[in-house]
Design a binder for this molecule. Sequence first.
Ligand SMILES: [Zn+2]
Length: 351
Amino acid sequence: MTAHEPPGTELLAAVARGVIDLTGIRPSAFRLPYPASLQLALDRVVLESITRRTTVPRSVPELLTWCRERAPMEWLFLPRDFLTPGARLIHPTADEPTRTCAELASLGRHGALEQEAQSLLSKLADTCGSPARFAQCRDFLIRRPVVLRFDPMELLQPSLANTWRLVKDLYGPVPDHYPADGLVHCCSGCGLLAKTDTAGGRWCEGGCLSEDLKLDASHQPGKALVLPLALRLFLSLPGRTELEVRARLGDRSAPLLAVLGIHRIPGRNGEPLDYQVQDREQPIPAAQRAAEAASGLDGQLNVVVPDDRTRSPVYRQAFELALPPGARVRLRSVSEFTASEPTDGTRRGHA
Ligand SMILES: [Zn+2]
């Protein structure tokens, strides 16, 4: 953690990684042994609670209940507004890690999930051998986070066969805890995995509003294939918005650091403009990760987010306040960025 980050951030990130690790191994949520990362996170929360003379979680199941029912700011030493209202690490009815949890698991020097996505893409880029081939494969992964009905005839047709050969090893079976009553579902909005029968109604990994949610189903869960959670949330989910941005910008947009999803367009004043599309629930962790991405660039990084994120000023304000001093990052909505590329390369914030 940097000096700019609140002191409880590292412990919160450790708990989030423990929750993610538990999901990765569980056929059943409470099967023992728990992953070492989760047990270690519990020990650290206990120590912190004793030091601060607050309620101590007595077991991993109790800590998981806290993750499901209580905001982390209630049981860790964090600023009250560190996460958005109602944020939880485990979705209370879907019983899955939230996007907030995944974003937090990627924070700090031990950050793991977004980094796993980058590592997988980096290996894919090496295997592809050419930027054009990697770009094709990356776009395929964006469009197909879930292959609901694996059809060899479709994927081995000449236009797709080469891409499929390069990406197929990234796909695996649907996690055991997703199929229900012999059905596996994916969301037609975000393309990610979904559930129909939670106590709160329909739910999908991308957080699409449940009343608008349309689901596709397959009666053959054994034939469905999915990307790892890291790629679903940190490539495919923002990738849908990235495809829209690139379509609007046309040929002016070209990959700069393709594994990180950083693209470049020529700006009006002749200076190149670098941008990365993000889709994250939590503005403060998003700002911290954006500052890290921008540190490897010569100029400013435009972080482009879906228009919904900036409809209320709260997200933008929290993001900008969380940027470390001197970070060359500017937050833009899709409409702002594609309608009128910014020309002032120093001021950050206002659209
Ligand atoms: Zn969705």
